[in-house]
Design a protein around this ligand. Structure first.
Ligand code: ATP
Ligand code: MG
Length: 261
């Protein structure tokens, strides 16, 4: 790995790129993963590379909806595991839910490579003391997180081919799905199945962002951290009547504000 000096003004961004490049050379990502990452970077630039006030609202809403769900699941792709796998695991431990590796360009090799990486990340998270003010046994909660995706036995209705495959135990039976960087078609199909779909996507104009029940327009690592913090800091908050179209237009407003500052 190339050493990036602490003083480099774009250190964070360069480190993220490095993770994607390395994941790609290990065969964990489809070729299009870099294009998706670049598109995300561009929108993050326009948002000022921070969690905006409207994203903060969506984070609060997502946390309360995931807490209220009967069967939540976190669906992850390669970019998410590489950029924020440990954060996904911490969130799953607090929510008491599984993580499912679900790829648009599914191959058994990439699924098993990403599951192995998640197992390694799980050992790291297991060695931590857990978030401050977390009530419960951290080790037990982390150990209880199932990592799904290797044996798909369910199909998402309305989609064709490998991208429709998932597990019944995870996405199939879930009533609420937290899914960063999802494709618009799959997001729509999940919503059509009557599921609550909480999308994390830096592009407020993407089809996923528009189709979702709640869209968090934020970078996936920041969004996971925000949801985790919210779950612990405000355990009694309840879901609201969420107007996602209006939240998305606030996100566009944040870009405008940032550019005109
Ligand atoms: P859609 O299918 O929803 O219309 P798309 O085809 O434009 O979207 P995809 O490649 O399907 O794009 O999905 C990738 C999405 O993930 C992009 O909208 C991109 O902005 C977003 N994205 C990429 N990296 C990140 C990241 N680190 N955090 C949050 N979002 C990201
Ligand atoms: Mg797409």
């Amino acid at each position: 790995m190339v050493e990036i000096p602490d003083s480099h003004p774009r250190k964070k961004s360069l480190l993220s790129r490095q993770k994607i490049v390395e994941g790609s050379s290990k065969g964990l990502l489809a070729d299009s993963a870099m294009i998706a990452h670049g598109r995300g970077e561009a929108f993050d630039y326009l948002l000022g590379e921070r969690t905006t006030e409207s994203a903060r609202e969506a984070i609060r809403e997502s946390a309360s909806r995931l807490r209220e769900a009967n069967r939540p699941v976190i669906s992850v792709n390669g970019n998410t595991v590489l950029l924020a796998g440990k954060k996904a695991l911490r969130l799953a431990a607090v929510l008491g839910c599984p993580i499912e590796v679900n790829l648009y360009y599914r191959t058994p090799e990439r699924i098993s490579g990403l599951l192995t990486l998640l197992e390694e990340q799980k050992l790291v998270v297991l060695g931590e003391s857990g978030p401050e003010r977390f009530e419960g046994n951290w080790g037990d909660s982390v150990r209880a997180v199932s990592l799904l995706g290797s044996s798909p036995d369910f199909r998402i209705e309305g989609l064709e081919g490998p991208r429709s495959h998932c597990t019944e135990e995870g996405i199939g039976a879930a009533d609420s799905i937290l899914v960063p960087l999802e494709d618009g078609d799959r997001c729509e199909a999940l919503v059509n199945l009557g599921k609550e779909v909480i999308v994390i996507d830096l592009n407020p104009l993407s089809r996923s962002a528009k189709m979702a029940t709640v869209t968090v327009v934020d970078e996936v690592s920041r969004a996971f951290e925000g949801i985790l913090h919210e779950l612990i800091a405000n355990p009694n908050r309840v879901p609201t009547e969420w107007d996602n179209a209006s939240a998305l237009s606030s996100s566009l407003g944040e870009i405008n504000k940032f550019l005109n500052k």
